[in-house]
Each structure stands twice: as C-alpha cells, then as structure tokens.
Design a protein around this ligand. Structure first.
Ligand SMILES: O=C(CO)[C@H](O)[C@H](O)COP(=O)(O)O
Length: 219
C-alpha cells in the first residue's frame, strides 16, 4: 500500500459532450490531478483540446491540471496553456531541441515542468536537464490514443530512471501514461512510479471510486 501515489485520470477517455460533469465525477471519485492530453494531429495522429477548452474546464474544479503537450511546437503553446489554468506542463523531448529553455520558461511562470519520453526514446535525452525537472513522464504506449495495451519495456525503463534519480539525490516524480490499470499500476509503482495516468480504466469502470482506489493500490 502506498499513500504517496497520485492518480491522474485522463479526460481523453471522458464523454466530451459532458466534459464539465466528467471532471466533477473524477474529483468526487478521488482523483488527485486532471490529466489533459493535448494532441495536435501532427506529432501524434489525433487532435484534442486547445487553451479555450482548458480555460472553460478550469472553472469546474480546483484539482491541479496536468497538461501533457503532444505537439510539434510546444514553445508556442506553453504560455497559452498556463494562462488557461495549467499547473503542470509536460513537453515531449522528441519535439524540443531547446529542452532546457522550455523547462525554464515553464518554471519562470511558477509552474511544474515535466518532460515526456516515447517508448522508443532513451533516458539519456534527459540526462543534462535532470536537475531542472519536477517530473518525467514515461509513455507506456505510443502516444495518440486511449485504450492501448501497456508496453512492458516501460517497467525496466522506470527502474533505471528511479535508480538514476536516487543516485543523484534528486526529487523528481515519475509519471506513467498508457495502459494503466490496477495490475500494471502495481508493476510500475514497484519500479518507482509515483503518478499514474489512467484513461479507459477510470472512465470505463462501473465504479470510478473503486477503479481509482485499485490503481492507487488501496483496494
Ligand atoms: O496520453 C495518452 C495517449 O497518448 C493517454 O493519456 C493514455 O493513453 C491514457 O489512456 P489509457 O489509460 O486508456 O491508456
């Protein structure tokens, strides 16, 4: 049992016609953060939310907004999403030749900065910015869609990242996204993950409260 684990349901799996209610539902069910998947139809083959949608849903909850930018030009969208109400902004290393600058921009606005790695991207790409990061998001599916199958290679990647964080005595959260359910959650938490993103396992569950508890490992 680990009470330090945070669960961040992804509204990608919500009913978009009822978005405000869908956010209120996860808040009542015990979610820690709201995970918002921003997709541009270019870096990933899907198109989702822009800053106006985030500004609109900001009015319905005080839960932290965990904004995951799956976009080709993250530098153009950091400030608009912060103005819209983001608390944590994560950019993909694959989209950012000037990763250090982007992280500094996020932090200068007083927000938490994360970097995400696709399944095929090695940990080495964040080596030089580790000291500046609040969070690393390990993708356990190829980004673009909810409801995909967890890629088991993520577990060893999380263990190696956790060892590196410990060795450097840093405080960085490890978030995992894709195919998370009660069973995969246990495996990634054992490897060192602290924040679990779950879309279909929460929104597709008959009892959301129970699903969140099970993912957190408190069932
Ligand atoms: O970033 C994502 C996809 O790119 C989603 O957050 C992720 O897939 C969550 O959905 P599920 O838990 O259904 O896999």
């Amino acid at each position: 049992m680990n009470t330090m684990i945070k669960v961040a349901p992804s509204i990608l799996s919500a009913d978009f016609s009822q978005l405000a209610n869908e956010i209120i539902k996860i808040e009542k069910a015990g979610a820690d953060w709201v995970h918002i998947d921003v997709m541009d139809g270019h870096f990933v083959p899907n198109l989702t939310f822009g800053p106006p949608v985030v500004a609109a849903i900001r009015k319905v909850t005080k839960l932290p907004f965990d904004v995951h930018l799956m976009v080709t030009n993250p530098q153009d969208l950091i400030e608009p999403f912060i103005k819209a109400g983001a608390d944590i902004i994560t950019v993909h290393a694959e989209t950012a030749p000037h990763l250090h600058r982007l992280i500094q921009t996020i932090k200068e606005h007083g927000k938490k900065a994360g970097v995400s790695l696709n399944p095929s991207t090695p940990l080495a790409v964040v080596e030089e910015v580790l000291d500046d990061l609040d969070m690393i998001l390990i993708m356990s599916v190829n980004p673009g869609y909810g409801g995909q199958k967890f890629i088991p290679g993520a577990i060893d990647k999380i263990s190696r990242l956790q060892a590196k964080i410990e060795q450097r005595k840093l405080t960085i959260d490890i978030e995992v996204d894709g195919g998370i359910n009660a069973s995969t959650a246990r495996q990634v938490v054992a490897a060192g993950a602290t924040i679990l993103v779950a879309g279909s396992a929460v929104y597709g569950a008959p009892d959301m409260t129970q699903a969140i508890k099970a993912i957190r490992g408190l069932d």
